[in-house]
Structures are given as structure tokens and as C-alpha cells.
Design a protein around this ligand. Structure first.
Ligand code: RP5
Length: 317
């Protein structure tokens, strides 16, 4: 964006209202954000043609508006083209800015070439969003080998953290938990949540043999009778990281085992498999709409979005 365009945007900011569109149908988040921020609810039509191509049609007047698209990027390949088409359509219709709130951000786990010849999809995916959006807000992206979104996102990209919300849920539901991270990558989430909840924690070591095959090695565990063991991670995708941990814990302990994660993707009915493995509770945030979403991230996002819209999208990651 040119600096002249930025100045024009600043000058006519007061005259405009923002419009929020829900692309993925997450109604809880959509309603809360629209009402808390006094944004107009945008109307759009989307469908597939018989040959699989996407049709999108914006039915709202967005001329001169700051527009926000809300779309969690689980199942990203089904959503990304629609998002790009929408962003272009909105600009054609005169939108002043187009931002993306993606509570779950996809492709962040493909953050290196694990094998020769592999595509670095995190980078390519980021470049698609960089080209079409003015800014991005997300919740706990999988920052492991990348330390900041700015390593691949050139637009202002803000990572929000759900650790306080997770620790609050834990404190409200038990005063006696032991938190266990199922792998080294979970250390950043489990230690933060444990510290805020004021409970002990440990971190396991994981070997990944394939998409649906892992081995988990626990640290020495000193668990008290009846102490809930809470597995804490950022993502439950195939569920195999959690399933393997639950199966082993249930063999070793009679304690309740709960699974708490920021993002519940639950691919291939992973939630049913986790419950069948013996998990006593499954709790996630509502970054993705699904039946186990009990921790609400809408206030967290609303606070950031308010800042973002008020300051002409001057975000710092
Ligand atoms: O085992 P599934 O659920 O497929 O994948 C989720 C795990 O894979 C890691 O990248 C995540 O941090 C999490 O530990």
C-alpha cells in the first residue's frame, strides 16, 4: 500500500464504519465480534459450481469501508481460494481496507523442508495472504521453528495468546492438576498455562513416524492420587499425539485424564477416538467451531480488533 493511500485512509476513517463477514460460519465469534465492535454484519453468497469451482458474491455495500473477514483456516485448501476471491471482490467494490481474522492459521506446522524436495508450504501460504490482505490477526499460531509471524508474513500480523484463558478454565475446574505437554513443541504452551494456573507441569518427548503414528516418552511423573492429569497442547489434529499419551497414562494411572488444547481440528473424528482411548474430558477454545469448544476467544480477538481498526491497522507482531 502506498503512503498516499495510507494518508487518504486515515483522513476518511471517521466517516466509515467497519463491516464484518463470516466466511466459515463460526457464529459465536461472528456475533460477539460484530456486536462488541459495532461492526455491520456483511452478507455474502458462496457456493460451488458443479465442476467444483467457487462462486462468491458480496451483497453488502462496502464502498469506503474497513472490511474484516472472519475465517478459521482449518481445512484450508477448501477455503483459501474463496478468501482470495472475496478479498479481490471487496477491493473492486471499493473497500478501504481488507483484514483477515483467522483464529486458527493453517500451514504453520510446515515450517521447514523436512525432506529433500518438499515444498515450504507455510511460506507459500503466507505469500497468498500477504498479497490480498492488509493485516492478519490470529490466535496461537504454531510458532516452532519460526519465532515470529513476521518471518513469513510481510503484512502486519498479530499473534494473540490463549494461555490466560486456558489457565482460567483450569483454575475454575480443578485446584489440583498436573499439566503434561505431549511433546517438546508443546513446552511453550504448557509451561505458560501451568505458571498462570499455579500448578506443576512436565513435558514429554515425541517421535513422529508418520501423519498418524507417534510414540510419546513421558518424563518422570510424580502424580498424586485423584490429581487430574491435563494434557495441554496447541493443536489436536489427527489426535494421535493426544491418543498415544492418553493410552499410556491410562495404563499407568487411575487418575482422570483431560485434554486441553487451543485449536480443536479433530480431523477424521479424532475426538471420538480420543474419548474411546479413555480421555475423560476434551476442552478447546472456539477458534474452530466444534462441539468441544468451551473456552471463548472472542473477547481476546475483539480487544485486538478494536485496537487494529482504531489505529488504522498499525499492528506489530
Ligand atoms: O498428532 P496430531 O493431533 O495429528 O497433531 C497435533 C500435534 O502435532 C504438533 O505439530 C502439534 O503441536 C501437536 O502436538
Amino acid at each position: 500500500m502506498t503512503s498516499a493511500a495510507k494518508i487518504n485512509r486515515t483522513n476518511d476513517k471517521k466517516a466509515s464504519r467497519g463491516t464484518l463477514f463470516s466466511v466459515d460460519g463460526n457464529q459465536t465469534l461472528f456475533q460477539t465480534l460484530a456486536s462488541q465492535l459495532d461492526l455491520t454484519s456483511g452478507s455474502l453468497a458462496m457456493r460451488q459450481f458443479p465442476d467444483g469451482e467457487s462462486y462468491v458474491n458480496v451483497n453488502s455495500d462496502v464502498n469506503g469501508q474497513d472490511v474484516v473477514l472472519l475465517c478459521s483456516l482449518n481445512q484450508p485448501d477448501n477455503k483459501i481460494l474463496k478468501l482470495l476471491f472475496l478479498a479481490d471482490d471487496l477491493r473492486d467494490l471499493g473497500a478501504k481496507s481488507v483484514g483477515l481474522v483467522s483464529p486458527y492459521l493453517a500451514y504453520m506446522r510446515q515450517d521447514t523442508k523436512f525432506n529433500k524436495g518438499e515444498a515450504l508450504t507455510s511460506k507459500t501460504f503466507a505469500s497468498l495472504l500477504n498479497e490480498r490482505f492488509d493485516w492478519l490477526v490470529t490466535v496461537d499460531p504454531h510458532l516452532h521453528r519460526y519465532h515470529s509471524l513476521s518471518e513469513i508474513y510481510s503484512i502486519p500480523a498479530k499473534s494473540l495468546h490463549a494461555a490466560t484463558l486456558l489457565s482460567t478454565w483450569i483454575k475454575e475446574n480443578t485446584n489440583n492438576a498436573f499439566l503434561l505437554g505431549p511433546d517438546e513443541e508443546s513446552e511453550q504452551w504448557v509451561s505458560d498455562v501451568a505458571q498462570q494456573a499455579g500448578v506443576p507441569c512436565g513435558v514429554s518427548r515425541k517421535e513422529r513416524h508418520g501423519d498418524r503414528s507417534v510414540t510419546v516418552h513421558f518424563p518422570p511423573l510424580n502424580i498424586l492420587d485423584d490429581q487430574p492429569i491435563i494434557l495441554v497442547d496447541d493443536i489436536i489434529s489427527s489426535g494421535h499425539t493426544m491418543i498415544e499419551s492418553v493410552l499410556q497414562l491410562k495404563q499407568q494411572f487411575i487418575n482422570p485424564v483431560w485434554c486441553v488444547a487451543v485449536h480443536g481440528i479433530f480431523a477424521e473424528n479424532a475426538d471420538s477416538h480420543l474419548l474411546a482411548a479413555g480421555a475423560d474430558r476434551l476442552i478447546t477454545t472456539n477458534s474452530i467451531a466444534q462441539p468441544h469448544a468451551q473456552i471463548d476467544v472472542s473477547n481476546l480477538i475483539a480487544q485486538e480488533l478494536r485496537r487494529c481498526l482504531a489505529s488504522e491497522n498499525e499492528l506489530v507482531s
